[in-house]
Design a protein around this ligand. Structure first.
Ligand code: HEC
Length: 103
């Protein structure tokens, strides 16, 4: 049951991403991240992530690259789906936004 709910949740996020894929609005995109990572990015998602509020801009970008280049599947597969739809420039904007919000 839990798995089914998680699947529905993921599909929902993917659908939302596709509908709005064309116009990139940083505030809007960040809200999606905050749903899982917390308003101030200090939540440990599913108890496995670090608090990304403490990451430097480079650490954030490196983490994004790691997901994009990783094989599919598992929890990391989830982040891959989320992050791979952004262009490099958009990912930099996201990293910049999260870093500046917390430093
Ligand atoms: C559906 C929930 C969800 C959403 C939405 C989400 N994330 Fe994640 N994020 C996760 C999970 C789960 C992991 C851990 C994956 C793993 O096992 O590596 C993670 C990991 C990360 C990490 C690495 C953390 C670490 O400990 O190394 C970063 C950075 C990150 N996410 C940034 C983002 C950004 C930026 C966004 C918005 C564009 C976002 N996430 C949206 C669930 C989410």
């Amino acid at each position: 049951m839990k798995k089914v709910l998680l699947l529905i949740f993921c599909i929902n996020i993917i659908m939302q991403s596709q509908i709005f894929a064309k116009d990139f609005n940083i505030e809007y995109e960040i809200k999606k991240c905050q749903k899982c990572h917390g308003e101030n990015f200090d939540k440990q998602v599913l108890s496995v992530t670090k608090k990304i509020s403490s990451f430097s801009k480079k650490e954030l970008i490196d983490a994004f690259e790691k997901y994009i280049n990783s094989p599919n599947g598992g929890k990391a597969g989830l982040m891959k789906i989320i992050i791979k739809k952004y262009s490099k420039a958009e990912r930099e904007q996201i990293a910049d936004y999260i870093y500046k919000k917390n430093h």
